[in-house]
Design a protein around this ligand. Structure first.
Ligand SMILES: *Cc1c(COP(=O)(O)O)cnc(C)c1O
Length: 241
């Protein structure tokens, strides 16, 4: 009997393949695969994608748009799955995001920090966040400039209803695959260096380094990524929905 294309019947095989890539990258880097979390990115896919993730017993999924994530979470029948926001967040949607996401990885301004802290206070919760840094100096990317990161962290640590887990970045694309790889390696090593410096000067662990996607997860693991956000390699092209 043919399987409908949106049932994600091929998800287990794709998951095995991505885990093999992660294991090989960890082996080459002398790292423990248990220290790199695979965060499936379900954006542009129906709730069944998140249900496949839950079935495979992964902890969480990533969504890049607030409304899409909120609607999908409500429609998803899987329980016990955490939802993380990884896409740009406007301050006027901070309350919605704080209410419906378990962590926000894309915090890139003092204004957004203050809005999220206020929203979390109203909800009576502490919201985990990552600070998004434009570590590749890409004019097309969101994220705070590297030079502004210390000030952003200082403000973040002063918010009583936020918990800063670490840093996140997206590498710029290059004109060729080789250039993209080079940009990724440079961007991720920048973020790692920034984290190490901030952790030392502020005396906080900043444990999480969320970096690496389908095309550059090897470079990310080499540079010390603890969370790779993978969409295409797990769910195929974003044609559904
Ligand atoms: C879409 C997206 C990803 C996943 O990208 P793929 O190339 O499909 O693996 C990761 N991070 C962010 C911020 C995204 O928007």
């Amino acid at each position: 009997m043919p399987v409908p294309s949106d049932s994600f019947a091929d998800f287990p095989a794709r998951l095995t393949a991505v885990r093999a890539r992660l294991a090989a990258a960890c082996l080459a880097a002398g790292r423990n695969p248990a220290d790199v979390e695979l965060l499936p990115v379900t954006k542009n896919h129906p709730p069944a994608a998140a249900e496949a993730v839950a079935e495979a017993r992964l902890r969480a999924v990533g969504e890049n748009r607030v409304q899409e994530g909120v609607a999908k979470r409500a429609a998803c029948t899987a329980t016990g799955l955490a939802w993380e926001l990884i896409g740009h967040l406007q301050s006027n949607k901070a309350a919605l995001a704080a209410a419906h996401f378990d962590r926000v990885q894309s915090v890139d301004s003092e204004k957004l920090l203050r809005h999220l802290d206020h929203a979390a206070a109203v909800l009576g919760k502490v919201l985990p966040v990552l600070l998004q840094i434009n570590a590749g100096d890409d004019p097309a990317k969101f994220g705070a400039d590297l030079a502004d990161a210390p000030r952003l962290l200082e403000v973040a640590l002063a918010q009583p209803h936020l918990r800063v887990d670490g840093l996140m970045t997206v590498a710029p694309l290059g004109a060729t695959p080789a250039e993209t790889t080079a940009h990724a390696a440079r961007t991720f090593s920048n973020l790692r260096g920034l984290r190490d410096g901030l952790a030392a000067s502020f005396g906080v662990p900043l444990r999480e380094l969320s970096m690496g996607m389908s095309a550059d997860l090897e470079e990310a693991v080499t540079a010390g990524s603890t969370i790779v956000r993978v969409g295409t390699a797990l769910f195929g092209g974003r044609l559904r929905g």
